[in-house]
Design a binder for this molecule. Sequence first.
Ligand SMILES: Nc1nc2c(ncn2[C@@H]2O[C@H](COP(=O)(O)OP(=O)(O)OP(=O)(O)O)[C@@H](O)[C@H]2O)c(=O)[nH]1
Length: 416
Amino acid sequence: MTQEHLKTLIFILLPPVMLALGMGAAIQGAWLPELPQGLVEVIPWLTGVLAGVLAFLYGRTRTLICVILVLMVYLGSMFQIRPMAMTTEADLLPALGYALMTLMVPLVFLVNAFWSERYHLMMDLLLRLSVFGSLAGFAVLFATQFPEGMADLLLTTHLPALHWDGYGMPQLSFWSLILCLAVMGFFVVRRPTPQWAGQWITLAGIGWMLPQLFHAYAVPLFTATLLLILAIAVVHESFQMAFRDDLTGLPGRRALNERLQRLGRCYAIAMTDVDHFKKFNDTHGHDLGDQVLRVVAAQLRKVRGGGKAYRYGGEEFTIVFPGKTAEQCVPHLEAVREAIEAYEIAIRNEASRPSNKREGRARRGPGKERTVSVTISMGVAERSVDHPDPQSVIKAADQALYAAKQAGRNQVCLAE
Ligand SMILES: Nc1nc2c(ncn2[C@@H]2O[C@H](COP(=O)(O)OP(=O)(O)OP(=O)(O)O)[C@@H](O)[C@H]2O)c(=O)[nH]1
């Protein structure tokens, strides 16, 4: 895991985790002030509407389904499904209802998370609702028609060695929750996005909330916290989409414009362009061209000296160095230029690519892989009397970049 990946992971996970832990701790420690019961009961519905409307407006069907699930769990807790399951031992149905809820919610979370948002919003939503609704319907039908059989399946401790008394749900439900959390957690770590992180933390929160009987308003407030986490995930994801370039993962032009407005009196800006990129695209195809842009972006991201890289557009990138003169930036830019020149990009034929990495390595063998490399040219300028604002510094850096191209490419040029 690279340092950048770790930073993204922390940036995405920390706020919702803190929110959930903070509320969890306040509930456990009974630090919450007394609030009118009516108000407390209405808060989850209000946050549910907020999260649901945001998810709908931004086309986040997965999050919308999570909002509906959280509200259904809240409804279940309002109907005291767990106390009923605990007290009326003679009647199997409440116990089965609780077992079904604790088993199905994690599984639906998991399937929903992997179900890509491909179709038209309403169609996607209806499809999900009908699939999950039918599943729940069948489960309830089975539970009412064959209560003994279902109880055998759902309530029995099948593996006594893996039984843990302290957890207030049937063994099958508990392990399905752990499995779903583990699978989703793996994907959150691999590809951290606010939406994935929000869904994962919400499921963990439900898993923690379901088996516990808190005092009167703890469940509504924790439910509201989970719904707030989902709402924040929608806003965070939309913010990222607007400010981050999809292909390279670097912040895009909009983020650059924001940053330029907040530069102090001393800064330098470098403009970067991939050499002969049109020819590269024509020779190797657009897909490999895209791969090159990702590699270049990954190297630019590692620039030192306090620089931050942005995708300016096409095959052009910008690096902003706050508090630096152009001359101070040159060694850092040279280091990146050299790293890109030395980087060998493997040419992959997607159609004949083996499905696993080991087979791929064996098939390629040492030295068998075809590689290509590219170079970049850079122009760098600083704020000065002649270039008093970011736009004119960019223009000067662009002219220096042009000079680098004229001088034979694969070099860094300082603006005059
Ligand atoms: N694969 C890919 N190509 C892109 C992308 N954006 C822009 N391009 C291509 O980048 C090329 C830019 O070429 P030019 O601006 O003519 O410059 P060049 O070929 O790099 O030549 P010099 O800058 O003079 O070294 C064009 O062919 C664009 O199609 C992208 O996102 N992906």
